[in-house]
Design a protein around this ligand. Structure first.
Ligand code: PLP
Length: 422
């Protein structure tokens, strides 16, 4: 029966029953962690062969000796593989070092210090800088804009992308809004996939800032939980047709394909944007780690090699999501106090609990040994105004631990809801 339909007596009985269940859990001394979206050791093992690649004597690709300096754009062989996955021409993709987050940080710092190809002046010389942040979103995106002193404006995310009426209205009237974070496929943390209409509106919308940029973070472009891979929108073509060829800066990486923190990252955009980016990175480095890029090219072989590899990840990850979904459904469904969408890809589940109880749910879970991402972390400045969202990351722990941890999360959400209702 829904919690809201219970009488005061029934509510009190349920609460005391849950409280004793909770006390029994405390005695178990659990130590479970659902905080960060990291690959599990089992997933990392899928790429173990990479540690022996490219291998002694294998150091040349397309006439380039990968052991030496140079090649700022990255190894053509690997760029071609990821260009195919992103659906763009190989000369429109750069292969870089180990983290797409570093590319994103560079894109914003270069814009701050020097301006973009479309800027009248460096962004740091603008009187005010603002940035749109679909919420809930990725905490590390918000960390970058916050560190650079760019004011963040939340816009609500829906199942098919951000609220585009709101986005169009804001960017049309405010020239200080210089850009927007987007995770278009299996978004962090809701798993939402932007639909074609949203992509088209983002590409076409009129912005008051002439140098408006969308950081198109395709971190989960091949991270399917089903047997199908998502369609990847060709944002550059749509934007170029709309007269905004430099709008999108697309990034992705192999962090959750091979080794997190030791993979290869990619940037795809217009020629003008790539030339601008390379002009600046060419000052800070004499070229990326091409040995690791060659190792990745050898490991994958081609784009289908990446897809096959991701289906092996799926075998490891999908059961954890299914278990998480099953536990949450069996424990919470009847009470009507929480909602979540079972994603078809990516690394997270966004659990929405009763307003005002996310922080308390996370606290209760922590007290009995289950670590969750702090409530509010999916919002700019850590501020979820409704205190409603909890980001669950089921990939890292073994399946049995995911099950145990989800049981605790569900119990804590229900207990917090009961107390809030009582
Ligand atoms: N972008 C998103 C949306 C992520 O969720 C993550 C990691 O969780 C990253 C980027 C980090 O990527 P990288 O390891 O390439 O810096």
């Amino acid at each position: 029966m829904a919690l809201s339909d219970l009488t005061t007596d029934e509510l009190t009985r349920l609460e005391s029953q849950l409280a004793s269940e909770y006390d029994a859990l405390a005695a178990k001394g659990l130590k479970l962690d659902l905080t960060r979206g990291k690959p599990s050791p089992e997933q990392l093992d899928l790429s173990e062969r990479l540690l022996s690649l490219p291998g002694e004597g294998d150091h040349t690709s397309g006439g380039t000796d990968v052991r030496n300096y140079g090649g700022g754009a990255g190894l053509p062989e690997l760029r071609a593989i990821f260009a195919e996955l992103l659906g763009v021409d190989a000369d429109r993709v750069l292969a870089q070092d180990n983290a797409s987050l570093s590319i994103m940080y560079d894109l914003l710092t270069f814009s701050m210090l020097f301006g973009t190809p479309d800027s009248e002046r460096p962004w740091k010389d603008e009187p005010q800088l603002r940035w749109l942040c679909p919420v809930p979103g990725y905490d590390r995106h918000f960390g970058i804009t916050e560190a650079l002193g760019i004011e963040m404006i939340p816009v609500p995310m829906g199942p098919n992308g951000p609220d585009m009426d709101e986005v169009e209205r804001l960017v049309a009237e405010d020239p200080s809004i210089k850009g927007m974070w987007c995770v278009p496929i299996f978004s962090n943390p809701t798993g939402a996939v932007y639909d074609d209409h949203t992509v088209s509106r983002l590409a076409r919308m009129v912005t008051a800032a002439p140098d408006f940029r969308v950081i198109w973070d395709n971190a989960y472009v091949v991270h399917t939980l089903t047997n199908d891979f998502p369609k990847v929108p060709d944002v550059d073509t749509v934007a170029a047709e709309a007269g905004h060829p430099n709008r999108f800066l697309q990034v992705c990486s192999t962090s959750k394909i091979t080794f997190a923190g030791a993979g290869v990252s990619f940037l795809s955009s217009s020629k003008a944007n790539l030339d601008w980016y390379l002009g600046h990175t060419g000052v800070r480095s004499i070229g990326p780690n091409k040995v690791n890029q060659l190792a990745h090219a050898r490991f994958f072989g081609d784009a289908d090699g990446v897809r096959e590899h991701m289906l092996r990840h799926r075998e490891s990850v999908a059961p954890k999501f299914e278990t998480a979904n099953a536990v949450l459904t069996s424990r919470l469904d009847e009470y009507g106090i929480a909602s979540w969408a079972m994603p078809e890809g990516g690394y997270f589940i966004d659990l929405e609990v009763v307003d005002g109880t996310a922080t308390e749910t996370v606290r209760l879970a922590k007290e009995v040994g289950v670590a969750l991402t702090p409530a509010g972390s999916a919002y700019p400045y850590g501020n979820d105004p409704d205190d409603r969202h909890i980001r669950l990351a089921p990939t890292l722990p073994p399946l049995a631990e995911v099950e145990a941890a989800m049981d605790v999360v569900a119990l804590c959400a229900l207990l917090a809801a009961c107390r809030a209702a009582g």
